[in-house]
Ligand binder design. Sequence first.
Ligand SMILES: [Zn+2]
Length: 142
Amino acid sequence: MRETLEDTKMNPQDLPMDDDDHDFWNEAYDILVRYAGASDRPRNRDVFIWSQPTPEFRFGGLLGFGGKFWVNNGKVYISCYIENSDDEKKAIIEETNAALRALLDRRFPACGNCGCRPRNLVGNGLCQHCFKEIVEEIDETE
Ligand SMILES: [Zn+2]
């Protein structure tokens, strides 16, 4: 069945996740383990993967009790409580978030016009809505 544009229209705040995206969350957890000291026990990993996407997930690690992973506004990132923050934690957060951003850009590249992250970009690195608008504009000027 062919999808219409309306069927596939996404809120730009959302990530284009579905059931086969365990790989994405697994890779995200790898980053939390490698950079932010999240527990590498299979059980902790499984709980993380099966909870996603959830707005807020406490993983602790090197950031202590306030160490949280966020899925918000089309972004994935970590933070800790401001009162626990210091230079070391800030560096951990910066490094982890850069790796998470790179993962997101690799798996779900953003539309070059509106910045949404559709499952697939169509021509010229655009989402299909932006692409369609541009094609219509070209048609009108011809
Ligand atoms: Zn777009």
